[in-house]
Design a protein around this ligand. Sequence first.
Ligand code: PFF
Length: 512
Amino acid sequence: MPEKNGGYSKVASSSSAQTSSLQKMHGVWSSRWTFILAATGSAVGLGNIWKFPYIAGENGGGAFVLVYLVCIAMIGIPVMCAEVLIGRRGRMSPINSMRFVTEEAGLHGAWTAIGWGGVVAGLMIMAFYSVVAGWALHHVIETASGAFTGIDGAGAGAKFGEFLGNTKSLIAWHTVFSVITFTVVAAGVTKGLSVVARVLMPFLFVALAVLLVYAIVKGDIAQGFAFLFDFKFDKLTGKGVLVALGHAFFTLSLGMGAIMAYGAYMPAHANVAGTVVTIGILDTLVALVAGLAIFPIVFASPGLQPSAGPGLMFVSLPVAFGNMPLGIVFGTLFFVLVVVAAWSSAVSLIEPGVAWVTEKGKFNRTIATGILTFIAWLGGLLCIYSNNWSGDKEGHFFVFEGLDFLTAQLMLPLGGMFIAIFVGWFMNKKILASEMDAEGHPLFDIWLFLIRYVSPALVALVMVFTLYITFAEPSDDLDFRALMFGLKVVSGGLSIVIGLQLWKLRKAKAQA
Ligand code: PFF
């Protein structure tokens, strides 16, 4: 049992010597700051620099960004606290930590599915994530060799299209990235990753700031700014809301146990809420700065479109680097940093699975990492080949898009919703307050309210809404009908839950 548990003795039947030796197995971050940097390393990645700008572009900009920010604040940050808390309570892999807290709460073992789902989702994400990280690696070499010098939007688009058609090259870069991820995870996250996080993350922030200055001086900053922050709701679609919600989970690495795994290595007395808010703010800032750096360049370059899709960053930034003074040096450095950001995220995608395999005791850490990286690598091959199945060089990746949709828009939000429900409704309130280091703090009650009612209700609302628009008869007011339907289902569900609570309270009072 972790040292902090003393006092709450409704502890799992299996919290035996075996559990306690598992809890000591993985090591602890050297300080709260290392945890912040490592968790920020997990959160800040391709999701911020590559995905956020392109999905904002595809979904019309401003209003989408607003929904995304609301999701981060109302759902992402509260759920992140919940994940850190379960991890720190259990001090094991997400599967075993979930087992620990489930037994502690006297609940059915089915809740452990949150941990299992996380391991699977992590591998699914890693499959396409490392393919895209491979694109970034390829851009390091291209930029360094001067291939982008003087290039315009159309030229960069054509070059990227050509690269996507080159299966061998895609596989080679995907493999290189898988191997470098393997090395850090095999070294052990607390050892391997601390260094990466401490040294390289700050560089990425500086590089983005310089790119932003370039965008302000040379790009169309007014249009870029308006695109991101003009909240035009007529541009927002039902699908856009689901994408925004899913991205809030994806970008904060939530709903699949990555942050839970990192929370397990957190020192005993560290302020969870403050730490999580810091991570949320850093992550959001990076995404917004990446957007503000990319869109002004897109608008100032004929031949580039905000809705260019997954290739957006890979065609717009070469235009910037190809035409700025010292672009070769600076562009190379920038893509190296993108790779590093992707790397520190990828590590956290396989860590939940690796921690679990290691705990099983059959394989050592290196072999466990090898097995999981290999599975994800095979998934990456499927992503790459599915591009050629569709016979289309514009980047319509079947498996790639399917995996992205399944994970970001379904598995992560649902995982996050169940984590919120578990922590909000089933964990002992005293344990929560002690793990949060927040006994009697007013913010604690606000968090509990968010995690109990607001976060699960919002995720459920978006899910019902999306199901409705997928299956209902199309019409002009489809979004509105779907919203009303979702509100009815969710408010019905909430009324039942609150009614049951009140009934239980009355019964308890009557018995007292
Ligand atoms: N948060 C990462 C990014 O934005 O690139 C992606 C990610 C990492 C998602 C780890 C989920 C995860 F568990």
